[in-house]
Write a protein that binds this ligand. Sequence first.
Ligand SMILES: [Zn+2]
Ligand SMILES: [Zn+2]
Length: 243
Amino acid sequence: MADDHAILVENITMLNLADPMSTPATRMPNPARDCCAACGALLTGGYFFLRDREERYCPACIADRPRCDACSAPLGAQHWRLHDGRLLCARCHSTAVYDPATDSWDASKAPATTLREHVTASAVDGRILLIGGRWAANVHTVEAYDPATDTWATLPDLPTARGGLTSATVDGLVHVTGGEEERGTFPQHEVFDPTTAAWTRYPDLPSRRHGLASGAIHGRWVVAGGGKAPDLSVSDIVEIWSP
Ligand SMILES: [Zn+2]
Ligand SMILES: [Zn+2]
């Protein structure tokens, strides 16, 4: 790409004047190089791109389409509206995977299908479960990401909808507890068995809390910290569940 002939537009977007489509009539279009990433139209002349990004955009989409609030790319059919009104493009809403062998992130993975915050995640049977959380209100949603196929699947709902919760995998079962709503915090201890795809209620967390952390150690589940009251509260409580 002839960057020496590019000019800066709107700070982040560059129009490349020197590298229009080579001979489009004599080869099959490559969608990644030859088509607008927002509308899919074949690029026939100048096009726009973002620094360090491969997607290309037609002048019409630059002129007319709403933009991503994170990167300013024109939005295509696949985009997300956050509950505060911000819009995200598919690239900015992607799932990123870290590879310790190469000390690098791959942000090209499939995004989760629901928007949530204050969520918890645990790995079991080679998949990553994304559990509960909230999006304006607490949600029951559970999704599983399979890195082998780069796909998300919906699992049975978490029995108690809540955000600010914690989870850990103990002996092949995913344990969940904690969380908050306006009136209080949650003690419910609910356990997902991936072999039956079913949730079971276990004995409650003795001290109900939200914003807490947990981990599995030697077959036991250690649940630490968090606040007992909704909003900003803290505690030094550590409780351990044993099978
Ligand atoms: Zn376009
Ligand atoms: Zn974006």
